[in-house]
Design a protein around this ligand. Structure first.
Ligand code: SF4
Length: 360
């Protein structure tokens, strides 16, 4: 697992600040140049002060963007220049309590959108940044300000916004257009083909109805949508009906991502009655995939280790688990699929997981 927090010595700042670490050239007032390294740290010049970052001196930090918070002896590694998996967690508040939530909500919110805007402008060329929560659109005005500003400052970067889709309004169409329709991929979950089940999974009455209306807004906006459905015991029997719903009501989506459960947060708490072992029973999933693909819906499987998927569907299962929270098991060692397999979440527990793993 890659640690996204780096231990640092105290720095004299009085508000959350963004700094980009550079080992060679300095291009911005936010850049801190490497001045020294020893066996346990790398030391950067931060506007005349020393920023000491504890890590293996061989760790390549060039281009990494850190968030420094006053009084904290650790820095958030917001952007890793060498990674495709960079996420800004913009809030931990949420209006839903989904049974599989990997980041259970918290009551309080600290607005760091100004810092995120600076960080985005310092991102590596052509970066794609995931915006996650909590529910980012609970702070929609600030989120859209951030997206507009970042899009203007950096025409090369794009965003993947993970949202429950509850807070779009018809008036957002113009803003989505201003940000750039192809600049943002909206990742939005749908867990069932009808209100009773979807609302019970997300623990919010009326959520399905609101989502249905807001899909219409997104369609009118020409927004790029990645529809996300986590496979659960709760929705296993209706997966083919979800495929039917997607193909008849939401044919404008870019991709339907069918996802395996992550064993953390509420997902861990509810694992025993929510995890569906698709390595032993692929039946309803097979029907749903066949129906969706047959009707022209681009369908993918996220977070499925390749050997849990029948061979004829493995091309639909890209490696999707972020590099910092990804692992492989001992039995994966000699597997011929290892280079294309996404493996497991760091917190995957083999004794509660897939019963049908088999080295290929
Ligand atoms: S054995 Fe491991 S590397 Fe091979 S397909 Fe299964 S999970 Fe992936």
């Amino acid at each position: 697992m890659i640690d996204l927090r780096l231990k640092i010595d105290d720095v004299p700042i009085d508000h959350p600040s963004i700094v980009r670490l550079r080992t060679d050239t300095v291009e911005s007032e936010h850049d801190a140049a490497l001045i020294d390294r020893d066996h346990e740290s790398q030391i950067f010049d931060l506007a005349g002060y020393s920023l000491r970052v504890y890590c293996d001196p061989r760790t390549d930090l060039d281009g990494d963007v850190l968030l420094l918070v006053p009084g904290r002896n650790s820095a958030h590694r917001l952007l890793r220049a060498g990674s495709r998996h960079n996420t800004f967690l913009v809030t931990e508040q949420c209006d839903q309590l989904c049974v599989m939530c990997s980041q259970p909500p918290k009551k309080y919110h600290v607005d760091l959108f100004d810092q995120f805007t600076v960080a985005a402008t310092l991102a590596p060329e052509n970066a794609r940044i995931t915006i996650s929560g909590g529910e980012p659109l609970l702070h929609k005005r600030r989120l859209f300000q951030f997206l507009v500003a970042a899009a203007k400052a950096r025409p090369d970067i794009s965003f993947h916004v993970l949202t429950n889709g509850q807070f779009f309004e018809p008036g957002d169409v113009a803003l989505i257009d201003e940000i750039g329709r192809d600049r943002v991929l909206w990742g939005i979950p749908l867990y069932a083909p009808h209100a009773a089940l979807h609302d019970s999974i997300v623990a919010k009455p009326g959520a399905f109805e609101t989502l249905s209306q807001n899909f219409t807004t997104l369609m009118r906006a020409g927004a790029a949508v990645e529809l996300r459905t986590v496979v659960l015991h709760q929705n296993w029997d209706v997966l083919p009906q979800i495929a039917d719903y997607v193909s008849t009501r939401l044919p404008f989506i870019d991709v339907w991502a069918i996802m395996q459960l992550e064993n953390i947060g509420y997902g861990r708490m509810n694992w025993a009655h929510s995890f569906k072992d698709t390595s032993l029973d692929f039946g309803k999933l097979r029907s749903a995939i066949n129906l969706a693909i047959g009707r022209g819906i681009h369908t993918l499987l996220y977070n499925f280790p390749l050997c849990t998927v029948p061979p004829q569907y493995r091309h639909l299962a890209p490696s999707t688990i972020s590099d910092w929270k990804n692992k492989f098991l001992e039995e994966c060692g000699e597997c011929t699929l290892r280079s294309t397999c996404g493996g497991f979440f760091e917190w995957y527990k083999a004794d509660q997981g897939f019963g049908g793993l088999s080295r290929q």
